[in-house]
Ligand binder design. Sequence first.
Ligand code: FES
Length: 327
Amino acid sequence: MNLFDSLQQQDGQWPDVIRQLLPRTHAVDRDALRIWFGLWPLPWHALAQNPASRPQFEKFYQVNGAYRLLDQVDTSHEFLYGHRYWAVVKAAIGTARGGTDLRETVEAVAQASQAPAEFSLAMAAIGLMTLRQTGWDGWESPANAEAAKAVTNRVTARGHPADQVLRSRASDFAPSLGERLRGKRSTPRVICEEQTADGWFPLIPSQHITTAAELDKRPHHLRDPRCYEGMGIIPVDCRSGACGTCWVGVLGGQEKLSEITPFERQRMDYFGYFDAPGLDTESSRPLLRLACQAQAFGSVSIVIPPWNAVWGRSRRERAGEDATITL
Ligand code: FES
C-alpha cells in the first residue's frame, strides 16, 4: 500500500506509538518529541488544511505566523538533537512502504535510515506525521530546502555529543576565564535556541519568561514578524493570558517554573494548545506553557513555536454552529 494512503488510516495509533517510542529515545530528545507533536497536532491540521476561505479562517481563529507544516518540512524539528539525521530519515521515508501497523512503519524507516535508533525513531515518527500532513506534493520544495540551509548555517553546536547538549540544557550562562577576569559572573538565563551560541537571554529569578525576554533588545522582529521591535524573541500581544501568542514548549528546567495555575490551564484549553496526544496536560508543570504566565526561578530551555492561534473547542464549536461564519 502507498505509504501516504496507509498513514491516512492510522491517525488513532499515534498516541500509543509516541508512548512506546519515548523509552527508546535518547533523553535529549524525549521531551522534544512530545513538544513537537504538541506544536503540530492533527486536529489543528484537519482544521487548517483546506478552509473555504483562508483569510476568513485566519481571522476567525486569530492565526499568526507559519502555521502549516507544508512550509516547514525540513525545519520544524530543528530543536531536536536528531534533526542532524533528518536527511537520511527523509530519504528512508521516500522509499518506505505502507502497512497496517504504524509502529512497525516507524521502526522500518528508522532502521533503513541507518542512523542510531535512539534518535532515528523519533525523527521517523516526526517525518511520517509530517508526510501525513503535507502529502507527497509538499514533501520536496525548493523553499523548504533553502530554509533548511539557513538553519544549518545558524547552528553552531552541530558536533556536540548528545550528553553534552543534555547537560548544558537549562544551565546558567558560564563565562569563560577571560570574561571572569573582566568581572563577568555566571547568570541564570532562558535558552531559546540551544544549538546556537547566543540563543539565550538573561533572567532575574522569579521573572515571568516574557518579562525577561523583553530586556533582550536584539532585532528579533527581523526573523519573526510576530515579534515587536525591541520587545524580545517571544511574540507577545497582551501579557495577561488573553491572546495565546506567547505559548512555548519547555525543553528543560520545567521544575524551575511556577506551577500552572487554574487560569493558565483554562486559557491553554481555550487556545487549543492542549489538544495533542502525548502531552502531560494534567501535570502541575506541563511541557507547553504561556510564557507570560510562567515565572522562572532558575535557568530553563524553551522552544518558541512559529505560529499561534485561538482554536480551542469553544471556537471550533462556534464555527460549526454559527451559519454566518463561512470558513
Ligand atoms: S502574551 Fe498574550 S497570552 Fe501571553
